[in-house]
Design a protein around this ligand. Sequence first.
Ligand code: SF4
Length: 382
Amino acid sequence: MIDLSGLYIHIPFCKSKCFYCDFFSIPQLERKNELVQALMLEIKTERSFLGSERPALYTIYFGGGTPSLLNQEDLGNIFQTIRENYDVSHCEEVTLEANPDDLKPDYIRMLRNFPFNRISIGVQSFQEDELKLINRRHSAFQAAEAIENCHKLGFDNISLDLMYGLPGQTIERFAKSIEMAVKLPVKHISSYALSWEEGSVLYQKREQGLLVQTEDEILEACYFKLIEKLRSRHFMQYELSNFSISGFESKHNSSYWNGKSYLGVGPAAHSYNGEVRRMNVSSIEKYIQGIEDLNSCRETERLDAGTKYNDFIITRLRTVKGLDLTELFKLFGRKMQEYCLENADKSLKNGFLAICDNHLTLQKKGYFIADNILSDLLWVED
Ligand code: SF4
């Protein structure tokens, strides 16, 4: 059987910064051409990280930042480099993350000339005041229009992101955003709680006493409202924060949770091949220089048995399918399997975890406190 991998391409530019964001992205678009050249070189020179001279790709994902700032020439050059260096005959999913304000009809038509078959749109909210509060560049109307246009112009597999826990957001207002989302022609919804990242504008405003962080009880109520409302519209939860109409689960992200290899190219991109995890430098200058000079522009971590086990626990248990105990045994042996089950005992007894069909799975009452439950199962060196 051919080993299929993922390719992630990080486009680190944004026209402006959202107030919650701490992803690596900057507004310096004048370096875009150099960056695209460096990306093409990295796509070519690092392919052996995936274990062969011509790796077979299962998914390609353009993330950011704002990949919808790439134009026809940029995309043409990148796809040509991919075709020249990888086997794409098994590639099933090619995603572009996009900002609603970039998705004008002409741009969407241009995208149809490329292998994209999935568009992931950062919406976050359908409430105008909430969008302003977090400094999104689009209105709720623009977001809805962009989604409708993508659908009309031939994209069937559309995903959108929604955020909860925004300052001042009530459960009812979040519910309205969900209702707006499911009226649109989308097949997939990801929804995460606002994370107060140090360095973000929202974090600073909270420190200055200008904003108040949402209480956990409200976050939890929003989360369960999300599950309930999406289920009633046939969006099945397949991961803690991800929901889809059957058959439209994200193949790329599912590969991360199933431990498949992927190569990440671009500043701050991560890569993983089962033995090694790497992270590219979070600087456009150092990245471009490092790639051009064939110098290292990344940190590499060789994974020991304990780290591999911990990755396995964290990724598999986030999925609704859960962790296959036979796979755990095959990969890590009896000692680790017993360690996992002994440490799961308390959560099994109080109903946060269960074993069904030989899979250890999080139960609904454990979803919101998943991080605590998972941390009990992790391997800690003496
Ligand atoms: S568009 Fe995305 S990456 Fe860019 S600033 Fe906003 S959240 Fe961050």
